[in-house]
Design a protein around this ligand. Structure first.
Ligand code: 5GP
Ligand code: ZN
Length: 112
């Protein structure tokens, strides 16, 4: 999709600090890290949010989660937090589905 930041990172048009790639997903470090490990796992295809991806391609959604788990394991963490922000009020700022993987520090609840 034109003018989508994460489509451009997937396509290699904008550099990303890649940590893991699979057939349907790409994982790269968040530019503004909120934890010792903060990785974004995105589908290669453009969907606005997790629910749209789930409706269109459930296998790709599942692959986001298994990729996230593989990233956490590779970074040495058993415990991690996965977050999908959906909509601006919930904190979504990039409208290409992405799963945040956060690990390496104690997490508080509820989130801000
Ligand atoms: P959201 O707020 O949509 O849930 O998450 C978007 C994330 O993308 C934010 O955590 C932000 O730090 C990250 N981000 C924004 N621009 C870039 C970029 O150009 N490269 C990378 N790697 N991350 C970015
Ligand atoms: Zn996109």
């Amino acid at each position: 999709m034109e003018d989508c930041l994460f489509c451009k990172i997937v396509a290699g048009e904008i550099p990303g600090d890649m940590v893991h790639v699979t057939e349907h997903t790409v994982a790269f470090r968040d530019l503004n890290s909120q934890a010792p490990t903060h990785v974004l796992v995105v589908p290669r295809d453009h969907y606005t949010n997790a629910a749209e991806l789930a409706a269109a391609d459930p296998a790709a959604l599942a692959e986001l989660v298994t990729t996230a788990a593989a990233v956490a394991t590779a970074e040495g963490y058993d415990d991690y937090r996965l977050v999908f922000n959906t909509g601006a009020e919930a904190g979504q700022s990039v409208f290409h589905t992405h799963l945040h993987v956060l690990a390496g520090r104690p997490m508080t609840w509820p989130p801000g």
